[in-house]
Design a protein around this ligand. Structure first.
Ligand code: FES
Length: 58
């Protein structure tokens, strides 16, 4: 069984975890200079988005 969790942080990136291990923080604001990864630019750009969590078990 593999558990994949995709979290969207409030006003921040996507976090991708597999079986409890955080693998990536991916940009969802569009301002990162290191796409597809978050580089923290969302903070200074004032990005706003709601938090969510999606779990998939395969
Ligand atoms: S979400 Fe962090 S730089 Fe885009």
């Amino acid at each position: 069984m593999v558990e994949i969790v995709i979290k969207g942080y409030e006003n921040g990136p996507y976090e991708i975890s597999v079986n409890g291990e955080v693998l990536y923080h991916l940009c969802r604001c569009g301002y990162s200079q290191n796409k597809p990864y978050c580089d923290g630019s969302h903070r200074k750009m004032g990005f706003q988005a709601k938090a969510f969590e999606l779990k998939v078990n395969k």
